[in-house]
Design a protein around this ligand. Structure first.
Ligand code: TRP
Length: 455
């Protein structure tokens, strides 16, 4: 190919990169999912296991993804091509990641759309003067209304397209610099309100006083799987975002910062939600309905309740948006770098394709709730399982194996991930990446195949 290389986009600042990558990591997984799984598994002990999974498995794999992108300087597929040549089987890992990001965005946008609907409800006073039963019913009514769900899904994707159209600096980075500080401020405000309520002390004890009798093998596997999801691993996000970094970037320091931000937000969100739940004498293990059904009821009982509900759903929408733009960027970057498309064409077409692919998921709670072509699962459940349980862990496993074993052995001390091109991973991280992380992911996969006794 004789194309003269166009100057490649890059981040304006290191800080901008951290906010964008943390924005990807901090999403529905932190605000919606972490609190409810931590609640279901009894709090403290689960939190410890989760922290161990982030440190021992998540951070090493994040470093590996960042190393691939920083070195490859291309999208998730192209970086493998750049490093290993076009015919290499490792390119399949890149492919799997791009497909994972594409499918993930299709149903993530549906759930994110729900948060838009609640935002409107909260802003228009639609939550006020309702009994708890009525508020709970609102959620069931929403997901059962195909037109409304699709409208919000489309609107959410339009916002994504609008941001990603702007490119790296003026799109993703600029918006991350707006969304993330706003998100931190909103969370802090809600957190303070939560801690001042009667349930504050109880929430702290629940989350930080481990009760190891509650720890089950299931909890361990959930912690592992969630560590993966919450750090946005296995879908090419970190590869793609790191490809806009300069080759000197210190990925060890960067990955630690991203992981710390993500973890702090998850813990603070959980504390906030539990404090509100405990102040109403509610169980912490309320499950997936916690955020959409239970939480609005609880927030509305507090002083300035309507305002708090509004702020909470704004928080949820911001978190979802800063995550979903990273998924869109993975696919868009692939089309730009590998197929030579313009950003404009790639973004608009992918946005539309994702919308179409998401329709079956949007309808999975209404018109198509009885369409269950996949082992009795709806489209939504099947897409979620395919991506979260298979594609992401598999891609992560091969990323770990690639950087841990293959890459380093071929180019000793030149391209190992570290502060500089010369600096390698310290022996400790190397050990985690080579043995601990792959073993852990294989454990997740075996469990899913039903090959582990815990089921
Ligand atoms: N980490 C995000 C969350 O917690 C979700 C997410 C964004 C993601 N990009 C991803 C998950 C890529 C896996 C892969 O909600």
């Amino acid at each position: 190919m004789q194309k003269s290389p166009a100057p490649r986009a890059n981040w304006a600042t290191r800080f901008g990169f951290i906010l964008a990558a943390a924005g990807s990591a901090i999403g529905l997984g932190n605000i919606w999912k972490f609190p409810y799984i931590a609640g279901q598994h009894g709090g403290g002990a689960f939190v410890l296991v989760y922290l161990a999974c982030i440190t021992l498995v998540g951070i090493p794999i994040m470093m590996a993804e960042l190393a691939i992108g920083r070195q490859g300087q291309r999208d998730a597929v192209g970086s493998f091509v750049a490093l290993e040549g076009p015919g290499s089987p490792w390119c399949l890992v890149g492919w799997g990641s791009v497909i994972a990001a594409f499918i993930l965005l299709s149903f993530y946008a549906v759930v994110a759309g729900w948060s838009f609907d609640y935002l409107l409800k909260a802003a228009s006073g639609g939550l006020r003067n309702r009994s708890p039963g009525e508020i709970e019913a609102l959620f069931d009514q929403l997901v059962a209304s195909p037109g409304r769900v699709i409208f919000w899904q489309a609107l959410f994707l339009t916002a994504n397209v609008a941001i990603v159209l702007g490119g790296i600096r003026t799109g993703i980075e600029r918006w991350s610099k707006i969304l993330m500080p706003a998100l931190f401020a909103l969370l802090l405000l809600l957190f303070i309100q939560g801690m001042r309520s009667d349930g504050g002390g109880q929430a702290l004890a629940f989350l930080f006083r481990p009760d190891f009798s509650r720890l089950t093998p299931r909890a361990l596997l959930d912690a592992l799987g969630h560590a993966f999801f919450t750090l946005s691993l296995g879908a090419g996000v970190m590869i793609t975002y790191a490809s806009y970094l300069e080759p000197e970037a210190d990925i060890r320091a960067l990955s630690l910062r991203i992981a710390v931000l993500d973890t702090v937000v998850a813990l603070v969100a959980a504390l906030t939600i539990f404090s509100v739940a405990f102040s109403a004498n509610l169980e912490a293990g309320a499950g997936p309905g916690l955020v959409f059904k239970t939480l609005p009821i609880l927030l509305l009982r507090l002083p300035f309740g309507s305002l708090l509900a509004l702020l909470f759903f704004l928080l949820l929408a911001f978190a979802a948006l800063s995550s979903s733009i990273s998924m869109l960027e993975v696919v868009v970057a692939y089309l730009i770098d590998e197929k030579g498309w313009s950003r404009r064409l790639a973004t608009i077409l992918v946005g539309f394709a994702v919308f179409l692919l998401g329709l079956p998921s949007a309808l999975s709670f209404s018109l198509w709730q009885d369409v269950r072509p996949f082992f009795g699962h709806t489209f939504f459940e099947a897409f979620d399982a395919l991506v979260s349980s298979w594609l992401l862990p598999l891609a992560g496993l091969f990323v770990a194996l690639y950087v841990g074993w293959f890459w380093g052995s071929k180019r000793p001390n030149k391209t190992l991930p570290g502060g500089s091109l010369q600096g390698g991973l310290s022996a400790g991280w190397q050990l985690l990446l080579r043995f601990v992380a792959p073993a852990a992911v294989i454990l997740i996969l075996l469990n899913q195949l039903g090959l582990l006794p815990s089921g």
